[in-house]
Design a protein around this ligand. Structure first.
Ligand code: NDP
Length: 245
């Protein structure tokens, strides 16, 4: 019997927080993980930490707002592996001035654009550039790390979510639109596209009071990255719970 071909994954923003833990969990499943990081020193140190645990991971320099780095990463993956099985679009930004109860009336265009650059435009461009490689996979999986704060259904519900960082929330709503539209564009292919809400997680972004550990927070993305042929596509999940758009 021949051994099954090793799956190749790319996780963006993998040098810390949820991206780091997602990389660890995927690698523990025997998947080769390219750990995207915009900072070379931090990215290399993160990859080294997982390599010391005996895991098959490698650092890949990738600032998702830099088209030349996206092109270089895509060319590198094509040359070395000829395919990509899993893309976890995890890199994310939450601008300082966007914090607070409701920033809608005050957030600057600069913060709004800066947040969209990372959370939306970078994510879309990277995914588009990697699609030819994901099409080469027997079971391509795209996981867009969104947030429950991107759910319009929950925000507009009576008594729903009082915390409204506008730039962040709007960028995640846009990510969810991308999930739905891309899944439709890829209908009938082997590629599944889903959004995930990790929960409120103790990372630099989530802060020290969040109830979940990064390891718990990474679980939904890992599940969606590895679902079988009958698994969901065009859905939004936190754990096993399907969230409304
Ligand atoms: P962290 O702030 O700990 O990590 C964010 C990661 O994104 C870092 O690796 C950071 O790199 C990277 N990043 C930021 N900008 C870029 C860029 N331009 N190019 C590439 N990488 C970039 O946050 P979390 O781990 O908590 O968040 C991960 C994802 O989960 C985000 O998309 C976030 O929105 C989402 N999320 C998090 C929640 C939480 O409670 N923590 C809740 C809901 C969703 P660097 O170290 O260089 O800054």
């Amino acid at each position: 019997m021949t051994e099954p071909e090793r799956r190749i994954a790319l996780v963006t923003g993998a040098n810390k927080g949820l991206g780091f833990e997602t990389s660890r969990q995927l690698a523990k499943m025997g998947i080769f993980v390219l750990m995207g990081s915009r900072n070379m020193t931090r990215g290399k140190a993160a990859a080294k930490e997982l390599q010391k645990e005996g895991l098959l991971v490698e650092f890949l320099q990738l600032d998702v707002t830099k088209p030349e780095q996206i092109s270089k990463a895509a060319a590198e993956i094509r040359k070395r592996y000829g395919k990509l099985d899993i893309l976890v679009n995890n890199a994310g930004k939450s601008a300082h001035e966007d914090h607070g109860r409701n920033s809608t009336a005050t957030v600057s265009s600069r913060a709004l654009r800066g947040t969209f650059e990372v959370n939306f435009f970078g994510l879309v461009e990277l995914t588009q550039r990697l699609l030819p490689l994901l099409r080469k996979s027997a079971a391509g999986r795209i996981v867009n790390v969104s947030s429950i704060l991107g759910s319009l259904a929950i925000h507009s519900r009576e008594g729903g979510m009082s915390y409204k960082p506008f730039a962040y929330d709007a960028s995640k709503t846009a990510v969810n639109t991308f999930t739905i539209h891309l899944a439709a564009a890829l209908a009938g292919t082997n590629i599944k596209v889903n959004s995930t809400h990790p929960g409120w997680v103790r990372t630099d972004m989530g802060g020290p009071n969040a109830p979940l550990t990064p390891s718990e927070g990474a679980e939904t993305a890992v599940r969606l990255a590895t679902v079988g042929p009958d698994g969901p596509t065009e859905k939004f999940f936190h754990g096993e719970e399907e969230l409304p758009w």
